[in-house]
Structure formats: C-alpha cells, structure tokens
Design a protein around this ligand. Structure first.
Ligand code: SF4
Ligand code: SF4
Length: 345
C-alpha cells in the first residue's frame, strides 16, 4: 500500500480530474440529511457528513434492474441491456466499504458470480473518507471501523491535510496527475494516530460490546424476546432498503400490453416482508413477525458469520434511524446484556 499526503485545498482538483472520465457520486445535503447523489461540481460535496440515509449500495445493485428483454413471437432473448456507467463513488465511510467487501463475498465469491453486480463493481472506483461516529454507529464492534481493502483511494483526515492510501493504479495515476502530493512525515503519521484514537473514543458507550454474539443467537433462539421484538414489525422493509449489506432480490417478468414481449427485472426484496418465504402451495416458512425479524437478525449476526467468518452487519446504524418501531441489532445486544452476557467495555 502506498501513502502520500495531500493538502485539503487540492481536493477539488482531484474531483474535477475524476469528472473528466467518470460520473462522480458523493454525499450531498438533501433537506435535513445527506444522501449519495451525482454531483456536477466539487463544491456540492459534504465530506463532513456523519451518515447518509441510505448507502451507496444502489450504485452496485440498483433497486430495480432489467436483466434481459424477451420477445416470444420472434423467439428472441437479449443480453444484459442496462448501460453500466463508469463511476466514482466519492467519500465512502469504512462501514460502507466493509459492506461492499461483504457483498463481494456473497455475490462474487461463490460458484455462481452475479454478472450484474460484477459489471458495476468493475466499472466503479471507490474513494473512502475517514469519519466521526454518531450515536447510532457501532461499526467498531464488528471491526468495520477500519477498511484494510475494498477501496481505490482512502482519504484519512489529519487536520489541514489528508493522508491518502492508494491501492489502485488508475485512481493513483489520476491523483498524481491532478494534485500536489508529499511523502508522509513523522508529524503526519502522529496526526493520523491521534485522529484514529479520537474516532475510537467517540463511539457511543451506551451500546453494549457483547462478546460471542453469534453463539448467543443460538443460545437464546427460543426466548420470548423474539415474539416481542417481531410483534412490533410493520413489514415496511425500511431496514433492508437502507442496509448496505442486504442483497436479497426478487425476479419478475413484466409483459408489454401485447402479451408477447417484455422484460425480466430484479428488484430489492426484504426478509421482513410477509411473502418472502412463501412458496407454491401456500406454505409460508416464516409466517409471523417473530419468525421474520429473528431470521433477519440471525442472518446478520450468526448465519453469514458461520459461512464467511464475518458478520453481515457492519454497524452502520442506518436501520437504527430507519425503523419506526426500534428493531435493530443494538436492541439485540441490549437483550443479551440483560441476560447477563459479558460486556467487553
Ligand atoms: S443491519 Fe442495520 S446497522 Fe447493520 S449494516 Fe444493516 S443497516 Fe447497518
Ligand atoms: S424491522 Fe422495522 S424497518 Fe424493518 S420491516 Fe420491521 S418495522 Fe420496518
């Protein structure tokens, strides 16, 4: 990994250089919050944001995506029809980079690679930025407050400058051609260590740091807690929509009025939807809110871990803000604490 130091005043030059060859999306202010959106000038970027309402996942797996078109009369099926835009996702926090790494495992790491996700991942550069946690953030509990890989450039804020980690040749060439860079000095390295310690101290101490969460999910699988938690679920799917690691989708064929041609779409789906586990014949494997919410938490905090050695939750805290009935992983950690589980803090 290469490191260089860049004065913060150089940043607009880097963004403009990216804009010459890529669409650039970045955190921008919308109403009272922040979202990732396409920018037309570097001045729109708000790098001081704490959390965007939803994650950059939509640029790698859109909420609705046409997979192919078909014409039964002509006996024709098209290839993948959507244009994949060369893009830079600028200003991504470590939790969202960690989430992309998990999507890579799920969608690219198995026997069957997801070609739609791969096409967008390959066409996208990711530029990370260090962050300050808000009260809902708990990425440090799952080790997602550091992103050792999964980005092309990472800007560590060290005051008036950025310590830039460079892990991709294309992005590095654009950086070096557009900005004045310097070798990192001892003072810069100390500033980096100081900023890292400050960030670690800023996490909400009220969120319990429970050990062995995956094991506890098994131990308390039948506890009445899940009835209470799941009974509150409105099946609104907000949690899955904002979650950077939820990747479940549905596939449907949409017919044109002629009934002969149409398109095959995939759309985001959510395991908290009542019909998610319903099958032909009318049986539903998870008919109650309890079944669905427990399954969701189980996949995040146990199931993915068993198969891939890491949580599927990166502690971004978005579902904490999005769920109107306060169903989120922090509530599960608090339940374990009430049950007497060890709190590492
Ligand atoms: S489950 Fe919640 S906190 Fe965890 S990654 Fe998803 S939205 Fe973020
Ligand atoms: S857990 Fe909360 S956000 Fe998710 S579907 Fe249920 S009510 Fe909606």
């Amino acid at each position: 990994m290469l490191y260089r130091v860049m004065d913060k005043r150089e940043l607009p030059k880097l963004v403009r250089a990216f804009m010459e060859s890529y669409e650039v999306v970045a955190p921008v202010k919308r109403g009272n919050g922040y979202v990732f959106d396409r920018i037309d000038s570097p001045e729109e970027i708000e790098l001081g944001y704490t959390q965007t309402a939803s994650s950059p996942k939509k640029y790698f797996m859109p909420p609705v995506e046409t997979m192919m078109k078909f014409d039964t009369e002509m006996n024709l099926v098209s290839d993948y029809v959507e244009e994949v835009t060369p893009r830079v996702v600028f200003g991504v926090h470590t939790c969202d980079i960690s989430a992309l790494n998990r999507l890579d495992v799920a969608l690219l790491g198995g026997k069957y690679v997801d070609p739609y996700f791969k096409a967008r991942r390959d066409a996208t550069l990711v530029v990370g930025i260090s962050c300050k946690p808000n009260d809902n953030c708990f990425c440090h509990l799952w080790g997602a407050d550091e992103a050792p890989f999964g980005y092309d450039l990472f800007l560590h804020d060290i005051g008036e400058k950025y310590l830039v980690s460079m892990s991709n040749v294309v992005a590095t060439n654009i950086l070096e051609a557009s900005c004045e860079l310097a070798e990192a000095s001892d003072e810069d390295r100390n500033a980096y260590r100081h900023a890292t310690r400050e960030r670690q101290r800023a996490f909400n101490p009220e969120i319990p740091h429970i050990q062995d969460v995956a094991m506890l999910m098994d131990v308390f699988h039948e506890d009445p807690f899940w009835e209470e938690l799941g009974g509150r679920c409105l099946s609104c799917s907000a949690c899955a929509s904002v979650c950077p690691t939820c990747f479940c989708f549905d596939i449907r064929d949409v017919l044109e009025p002629d009934g002969m041609s149409g398109r095959r779409e995939r759309t985001w789906d959510a395991c908290t939807s009542p019909g998610f586990a319903a099958v032909t014949g009318g049986h539903n494997f998870r008919p109650t809110g309890c079944d669905r919410v427990r399954h969701r938490m189980y996949h995040k905090l146990n199931g993915f871990m068993v198969n891939h050695d890491r949580m599927l939750c990166v502690g971004c805290g978005r579902c904490v803000a999005a769920c109107k009935t306060n169903i989120n992983p922090i509530e599960v950690l608090r339940f374990f604490k009430r049950k007497g589980a060890d709190d590492a803090e």
